[in-house]
Write a protein that binds this ligand. Structure first.
Ligand code: ATP
Length: 339
């Protein structure tokens, strides 16, 4: 590890908060702009200066900073994507990269930072704040809704509604032709999006990484359910399902049941875009204001969460290391109704 005079030794007395940075990192999610707006305006209302850090940790390393005034965040509440852009930075994973990032923050006189992203982004913030004297507060922004300690992450509700709208359309054509569609949704390690959208769309089977019992349900549907009803079928597949994604599963089903008309639809990046739902805008706004309040309160290394609609503070090390429990009972409900 690099040793220099800036490196943290004990816990020095913090200087008064005057200027904060805000950035988005990792995968983008609809509602990130609403969070940037809330952070910027809440900070300005509290007489703080605000700097936008562009392109995640890579922009931090390169000093890609822009001052943010109230007007700069006008007209973004309803837009998807992130006005600050986002990135994944391999350089930030190195001690040398983090030292550059810290020097840039220091040069810009940034006292504390709001990071909007997922578990990787919070891990990066935790590592930097352990090495150097800089505070971070996190806002969960990921369509996966997979962070421990919060009921919602920004973007999940919009992505869920995007999936439901798309699957409703697929269902129309599936019914017309009597086809079975394997619909793959995002979620490398988390199946919540597939599970919830599957319930909302009345899917016949839902395949998620958190449960491997569903493959026998799929066999039951193919052998009995589909033939009995002589209808169509929607099989929701989380991309991280252990059987290997919709294409692979569908290929195997075609081999085993050559008489069935099997199709695949991978929803892909449309799930990340679009105007955020009212729920995502409200949650992002509440969390953005709470993040500034937490920094003013001298909090650090915590993620702002929502628990039963109330703001909670979750330590970064818990948010990134523990799993978000998924309501597996929803699978039972889905089975019960699929008669
Ligand atoms: P998503 O859930 O959408 O993938 P994320 O925040 O988890 O979002 P990651 O790509 O995992 O996205 O992390 C974003 C960035 O955080 C990485 O590109 C890297 O710069 C930084 N980061 C992640 N893990 C670490 C780590 N262990 N040490 C230092 N930096 C890290």
């Amino acid at each position: 590890m690099i040793q220099n005079e800036n490196q943290k030794e004990t816990s020095p007395r913090r200087k008064k908060l005057q200027k904060i940075g805000v950035f988005t990192s990792g995968g983008d999610a609809p509602g990130m702009n609403a969070a940037i707006r809330a952070v910027t305006r809440a900070a300005i209302a509290n007489k703080l200066k605000v700097v936008g850090i562009r392109r995640g940790y890579q922009g931090m390393i390169e000093g890609d900073f822009i001052p943010l005034k109230s007007n700069d965040v006008s007209g973004i509440l309803q837009t998807g994507g992130t006005m600050l852009k986002t990135a994944r930075s391999a350089e930030f994973r190195t001690p040398e990269g983090r030292e550059k990032a810290y020097q840039q923050l220091k040069k810009a006189e940034i006292d504390a930072v709001v990071v909007i992203g997922g578990d990787g982004s919070f891990t990066g913030a935790l590592v930097l704040s352990q090495e150097y004297d800089i505070s971070f507060v996190g806002i969960p922004g990921t369509i996966d809704n997979d962070l421990y300690g919060t009921d919602y992450t920004i973007g999940y509700d919009t992505a869920l509604n995007t999936v439901v709208e798309a699957v409703d359309k697929i269902k129309d054509t599936a019914r017309s032709h009597g086809r079975i569609f394997f619909v793959e949704v995002m979620g490398r390690e988390a199946g919540l999006l597939a599970l919830t959208s599957g319930i909302a769309c009345g899917a016949e089977v839902i395949l998620i990484p958190e449960s491997n019992e569903q493959h026998s349900e799929l066999q039951k549907f193919l052998k009995k359910g589909y033939r009995k009803k002589e209808t169509s079928g929607i099989i929701m597949v989380a991309e991280g399902d252990e059987a290997g994604g919709a294409i692979k599963i569908a290929e195997q089903v075609r081999r085993e049941h050559p008489d069935l008309d099997v199709r695949v639809s991978i929803l892909g990046h449309i799930q990340r875009g679009g105007s955020p739902t009212a729920k995502d805008r409200v949650n992002a706004t509440k969390m953005g204001v709470a993040a500034v309040e937490a920094l003013l309160d001298d909090q650090q290394s915590i993620m702002i969460g929502l628990n039963n609609e109330k703001i909670v503070h979750v330590p970064f090390n818990k948010a990134v290391k523990m799993n978000h429990a998924i309501d597996i009972n929803l699978l039972e409900i889905q089975k019960l109704l699929n008669i």
